[in-house]
Design a protein around this ligand. Structure first.
Ligand code: ADE
Length: 240
């Protein structure tokens, strides 16, 4: 997969080249390019923003600069363009899976009060464009949101995770939060690992894990439990 990111703070995205994603890049599983938006500015001040029509606080990013940048970065086979904004549709694990099947993603990081809407409307005539929010809070700009989304997508690419079962057993993959995990030692500060996990009885372990996932989801995210199709819960689940 190829990912391009356009931003006025390219160095902000440097951490994406470390750890797991850095290895994916080295191994050629992910091709990541970060572009400085100021490359496409056309005045001596390298201006990227201006005051909003209609008045109000903050600044809006200029359409001419973004238009030129996206024309160049999105040239060739049209990519899927993702624009992070608190006014977007919520980003979910299902979207991460969908993005992981794309051959090309372009992320356009806005700052200030956002990007002139005509940039998004114009790009939408040539490619799929998603305005996406990573949660109900407001960040200073789209860079951190892009890091979140790129990490969520990249770990789903074939070969990126050492053990592909890790992605399959994620929280959300079956609509439930994952339950607790334990490792050695068996007893730590007088706290023992639950007996069943040491029993070697895999059927009992699976059942215990499912019970824990349901109880945790009920306590922390009842909205997720309510959204599950009723047939995905068995008799034992419903009795909890
Ligand atoms: N930019 C600012 N806040 C954001 C959010 N919550 N999600 C995506 N992009 C943003």
């Amino acid at each position: 997969m190829r990912i391009d990111i356009v931003t006025i703070f390219p160095e902000y995205l440097d951490p994406l080249r470390g750890a797991l994603l850095g290895r994916a890049i080295e191994r050629g599983l992910l091709n990541l390019d970060v572009h400085d938006l100021r490359r496409w500015t056309y005045d001596v001040h390298k201006g990227v923003d201006d005051s909003p029509y209609g008045g109000g606080p903050g600044m809006v990013m200029k359409p001419q600069v973004w238009g030129e940048a996206l024309d160049e970065v999105c040239a060739g086979e049209p990519p899927r363009l993702v624009v992070p904004t608190p006014a977007g549709r919520p980003f979910t694990q299902a979207m991460a899976h969908e993005y992981a099947t794309e051959s090309r993603l372009v992320f356009a990081c806005g700052r200030y009060e956002g990007i002139d809407q005509r940039v998004i409307d114009d790009a939408s005539t040539r490619m799929r464009v998603d305005e996406v929010s990573i949660g109900d809070y407001v960040l200073v700009g789209g860079e951190v949101a892009v890091m979140v989304m790129v990490e969520a997508v990249a770990r789903l690419l074939p070969g990126v995770l050492g053990n592909p079962l890790s992605a399959e057993q994620d929280s959300f993959s079956d609509g439930l939060l994952e339950g607790p995990s334990y490792t050695r030692p068996e007893v730590w500060r007088d706290r023992a690992v639950p007996e069943v996990l040491r029993s070697g009885n895999h059927k009992a372990i699976d059942r215990w894990r499912r019970d824990q996932a349901i109880e945790r989801t009920f306590a922390r995210r009842p909205d997720l439990l309510a959204a599950l199709p009723p047939e995905s819960l068995d008799k034992h689940d419903r009795a909890l």
